[in-house]
Design a protein around this ligand. Sequence first.
Ligand code: ATP
Ligand code: MG
Length: 400
Amino acid sequence: MKTIIVRYGEIGLKGKNRQLFEKRLVENIRTHLEPYGQNHVKKCWGRLEVETNYDLDTIIDILRTIPGIANFSPCLHTSLSLEGLEDAAQKIVAPQLEQHSASPVTFRVTAKRANKHFPIFSTEIEAQLGATLLKTFPQLKVQLQHPMLEVGVEVREKDGIVYTEKISGMGGLPVNSRERVISLISGGIDSPVASWMMMKRGCSVIYLYFHSFPFIGEQTKEKVFDLVKLLRIYQPTSRLYVAPFAEIQKAIKTQAPEKLRTILYRRFMNLIANRIAQIEHAQAIITGDSLAQVASQTLNNLICITENAAYPVLRPLIGMDKQEIMALSRSIGTYSTSIQDFPDCCTVFQPRKPATRSFLPEVQKIENSIENLEQLIENAVENCEIYHYSCHENQAIVKQ
Ligand code: ATP
Ligand code: MG
């Protein structure tokens, strides 16, 4: 078995909630690793320890995608003795040196003695191990500030561990440690990033996509499926609601002034999201809006769009510029899918001159005058297709 020490950042700060967060993180790691060999995940000294018999690189790649993990270190276990620690340090440093072409390779040893009964102080452990490593590997040179290689040593109750790597995780909080949210996902760059940011804050994200068939082709829907499949790796399970939107857009086209169409589309999205949030016991609606990026995203319009939402509408990207959002989109893996050029429902019957400053009472009046408004909303909710994903499988289970 190989061992990985997993450290969590913020969860450590959460006082009473800490146990819940730790429990969630343990559960999430277990679920994410389930198909990959035998794994044991347990709490240990204010961190987690993952033992695995599976290919280490695969496990490392998965741990990188689990919200709540600050960083982690594959490590070697040793007996509780100086010889044991020395032996492990040599074993773990040898393969690392093969990766460094530079000479000398600077290093330091950093020791922690959690077990105060261990007779050797941490400074002494550092000095002894440093000397042993220098003797075994002549290309090493001690450097305390910014060394190329840091050998971490921890002396614990029953054993010692030694590691050299600290691999960055996603940070944030474990999914399901916070509320459930409904994320409005289109095929664009922004909404997948907004969804990811909410998962990173510990929310369990349920996706809602408005599909305007036959005005919008199946390619856009396929693109949204692809995006959800890419994002599925960040939470144990995902659900995608696909709501039919064409009837609503037709009603808006025939009964509302052209310049207000986009605002009304977005308000109808809220009315449907309200219902789905209720069904799913979610607490908020998430969108990928970023201030002033397009006409519908002036502050005035955003206020106007949000007004009929029964739940808070959160916009994690509101203050970010497009370059920042694109960089995040690349790093989470959705960018190349997002930029495929298929139309979104907001482009259906797109106004030639969309309002950048809409007058709320006017919008409310028009919305309320739409014929069979309640029926339109109910039909959309009832005819949603629901797709279920696990973090492991690309294939969804479909429910009507
Ligand atoms: P994105 O890149 O997320 O599509 P955008 O910059 O293109 O965003 P808009 O098209 O104005 O901006 O949409 C703003 C937000 O409205 C989106 O981020 C998304 O949350 C929501 N939205 C727009 N179209 C849809 C849709 N068809 N289904 C679900 N949500 C949508
Ligand atoms: Mg869009």
